[in-house]
Design a protein. Sequence first.
Length: 284
Amino acid sequence: MSATDLPDSFVSARTLTPAADAVWFVFDGHRIVLTDDRTLPTGPALPMVDVVPLGTLDGTPVFAAGLDGDVPAGFASNPLRANFGTLSDAQMGVAGYAAQLVDFIRTHRYCGRCATPLLESGHERSRTCPKCGLTVYPRVAPVAMVLIRRGEGAATELLLARGPQFAPGMYSALAGFVEPSETLEQAAHREVREEVGVTITGLTYALSQPWPFPHSLMMGFDALYAGGKIVPQPGEIEDARWFPVTELPLVPPPFSIARQLIDLAVERALNGAVDGSGTPPDMA
Ligand SMILES: [Zn+2]
């Protein structure tokens, strides 16, 4: 698992009795509310709305909720993603789940078809309209992420890019939302073409990661450069260039899928090609 997956020690349950030792994931907007000691609140210690039973984590009941009103004394809120390393990986995994379910309730109070207040369906995590029967589900937005490489061994280069919103000096793999009716593969090829103007081959699925900021599912691919000159997409890509694996810039933190793709590519380059495919078939 990574710090954004549901951990194996978590068991989902839609009905739970709030116990005194229950752990609460409480959100003030997109900010999580922690005690002043930066731990998760236990027991119903805060004024709450939109309570969602989540299940158990290592046998302890866990709930999600929205904060009702202001953050009381003894507690503080901060953006969820600021808590990697403060909360455990397992707690972060459940926190991402909790954040998405609370946000789902907040943004789906009424039926989008007939405006009747929605109710819990009683199955899955969906909500249903009692008047017209429309059922809605928590949103998961698929994102195709592509790390492009060329060359072999220690001479391997990675195509990394940066968006205007990135931390100064940081570069990452390319990524974009999948559009309706696209396959993941089509989305990957389109994003690469749009964002940097090059073509790729040998697209290979590597790994996936839920990214609850706010509700993405990142699907990571490895790809080989096929041809074309880098042309950054105006407004989206501030800079894109080839970096030797031995001289990488600042890259995303280890808990991100982008970093895991980069680490895999570096490992492949420096410790021997995994599949000997450093050169694209159509350029060999
Ligand atoms: Zn309806």
